[in-house]
Each structure stands twice: as C-alpha cells, then as structure tokens.
Design a protein around this ligand. Structure first.
Ligand code: 13P
Ligand code: SF4
Length: 347
C-alpha cells in the first residue's frame, strides 16, 4: 500500500496517470467546471451539471469517480446500474445550497400547498439538492432541473395549467420567473415562512435558499466594471441575485459561460460572475481576450477534492476496497431516478 502523504505532487500525478492507464475503459472521471486545475487535467469529460448527468448515465465504465460536489456524485449513483461503483474523491465536498431544503421541511410545506390548491402543484428541485428532496419530487409526479434547462421545465409545468413548487435556490427561481415574464407571479417560502395570502394567488412558489458563492456578487461589482471600460461584456451564472443578473449582459450555466467566452471574438473583453476556478481557467485558456472575475469567489466545497483525494479513491479501487463508494437507500434511488430521468427526457 502506498503512503500518499510521502509523495510529491508530481509523483501523485504520475501515479494517477498509471492507474488510469491500467483501468482503461473500466474507469470514468467526470469533472465539473469548478474543480481545481489539478483535478481537471485527469478529466475524461468536463461539463455543467446537466451534461455530467447525461454522460454519467451513458458510460459503460464500471467505476465512476465523480469530481464535483456530493449531489453530483449522488445523481451519477442514482442513474448508474447496480453493477457499477460511484466514488467522490472527498466525501465532505457538499453543496451548502442543497442543505437549505431538508426533505422533511419540503414535505411540511407541500402539505400546506396541497390544502391551498389540492393537486395544483408540480414540484421541481434544482439538481443542487439532497437526494431525499429529489425522491420527494419523483414520488409526486415532479422532476429535477439544472441551470441549463430550468426555463424549459418551468414552462413544461405551466403549460399543463399547474403551479410550480421550486426548491431550493431562490435566485434561480426568481430569475427564471422573470425570464418568463412572471415577475409578479411568485412568492418565497420555507418551513418557517409561508405568506398564505400570497401563495394562493401566485403560480410559482419558490424555496428560500441561496448559493453563498454567487451571493458574493453585487451591483457595486457590476458598476465598478461598467465604469472601468464601456466595452466590457458581463456574463453571470443564474444563481446570482436578480439585480446582478439584470445589470449584466448575459447569463447561463457554466457550460454556456465557457462556450460564449471560447466563441467570442479576439480582443473582446469579458467579466464573469461565477466560481473562480472556472473563471481563472477561462482566462488562462483564452489569452487573446481580456477576462476578469466580477469578484473573486471560490466554492470551497468544490475545491475540497485534491489530487491526493483522487489518488486515494483510485488506489482503493485498485485494492478492491469499495467501502468509500457513494451509497443511497434503494427507495430513495428509485424515486429520485424517476425525477432525474423525467428531466433528461424533457430537456
Ligand atoms: P451548472 O449546472 O451551471 O454547472 O451549475 C452547477 C453549480 O453548482 C453552480 O453553482
Ligand atoms: Fe453549491 Fe454554490 Fe458551490 Fe455550486 S457554487 S456547488 S451551488 S455552493
């Protein structure tokens, strides 16, 4: 057994390449755009949440080592067949946004909504949520969405003359309502706050949670860059506050941001409001353009996965020790899969 703590970074990297070479197509490493560069170099695929869900569902590999946060590895676990093993390099890489909505709190509010408009709502959970919240959606004819299909999924529900119950990201919910011209047709709830008068009237009910990484961006940051140079275009992630989104030029998922920057003309100027690891990588890989972060904001959870954690996960696979794998209860897997598959079908 190797002692990883005694290896230099270079030796760790060499060992990871060796194991990748040895496991070949039995191993698949999907990597989210917010991961550190030291992890991205080993990616078999990099993408946003929706793309990573799709490729994880489609891989033939026996071992999936998901480099992202825990809910992403859980999605891969949910979609993978029973003969596959899913790992995350660092199991403490959670998503604080997901923790805003516990399953029991969501069920509590759901009961209240059922009293107000019986059978009137379809629940949608953002992918950034706990597995039991996804399972709740699956049990109640609901589904999952990501930042790249949220509008489509809201519309899918509204076209069925149903009301939306969306959790847990307030900003994504409000920004989507606003994109659909329904700025005056939503209300915000959580277990401890339900403004009954508003709920009855509104077609969109949104959970009161937020992402600490995107909450950092303010209108002052936008004003700073606007004053600095009129040619700068600002693109942000839809987890930002609505006022920031409105003051920006574009918004989109991490992959949309990446594609827009890569396809932008030479010498164009960009300021990006999302997680710093992605912004910095875009800056390094697009030297023909001016690229700056709206402000520096790091997702410490995404950054918990290090090359050493990745090597530890890979050596445990080599040693046939699967005790670190991501495990979900059978009933949660069954119900959550329904909600995720519905999303994949629609988008
Ligand atoms: P994307 O689906 O846009 O990759 O976003 C995931 C995320 O966690 C953003 O904070
Ligand atoms: Fe969660 Fe925000 Fe980190 Fe994305 S950036 S993983 S939403 S905490």
């Amino acid at each position: 057994m190797i002692d990883i703590s005694k290896l230099s970074d270079k030796e760790v990297d060499e060992k990871i390449w060796e194991i990748k070479e040895e496991l070949k197509e039995d191993l698949f490493i999907p990597v989210h755009h917010y991961q550190r560069d030291e992890i991205v170099q080993f990616a078999d695929y990099t993408g946003d949440s929706l793309e990573l869900s799709r490729v994880s569902a489609g891989t033939g590999a026996k071992f999936i080592v998901f480099c992202g946060v825990y809910f992403m590895a859980e999605i891969a676990r949910t979609l993978a067949s029973d003969d596959k093993y899913v790992f995350i390099p660092n199991r403490s890489a959670g998503c604080p946004l997901a923790d805003f909505a516990f399953g029991e709190d969501v069920e509590y509010v759901w009961e209240i909504l059922q009293d107000i408009h019986p059978g009137g709502y379809i629940p949608i959970t953002y992918a950034n949520s706990l597995a039991d919240v996804k399972a709740f959606c699956g049990r109640n004819e609901g589904l999952v969405c990501t930042s790249s299909n949220v509008q489509k999924i809201f519309k899918w529900i509204l076209d069925r003359e149903k009301r939306v119950f969306f959790m847990p990201d307030k900003n994504l919910g409000m920004n989507t309502a606003s994109d659909l011209g329904m700025e005056n047709d939503y209300c915000i709830v959580d277990r401890y706050n339900q403004d009954d008068l508003n709920i009855k009237e509104r077609r969109i009910v949104i959970w009161n949670g937020f992402c600490i990484v995107h909450k950092v961006f303010t209108l002052d940051h936008v004003d700073f860059w606007r004053k600095k140079d009129k040619e700068i275009k600002i693109i942000v992630h839809p987890e930002c506050d609505p006022e920031v989104l409105k003051a920006s030029d574009y918004s989109g998922s991490t992959s949309r941001i990446k594609t827009m920057i890569e396809q932008a003309p030479e010498n164009s100027k960009w300021v990006i409001g999302t997680e710093y690891n992605l912004v910095n990588r875009l800056r390094m890989n697009n030297e023909d353009k001016f690229i700056e972060p709206l402000s520096k904001s790091v997702c410490v959870n995404m950054s918990k996965n290090t090359r050493r954690d990745l090597l530890a996960a890979l050596t445990s696979i080599q040693d046939r020790d699967y005790s670190r794998q991501v495990v979900l209860a059978q009933d949660v897997t069954r119900d959550a899969r329904k909600a995720i598959e519905k999303m994949l079908e629609i988008s």
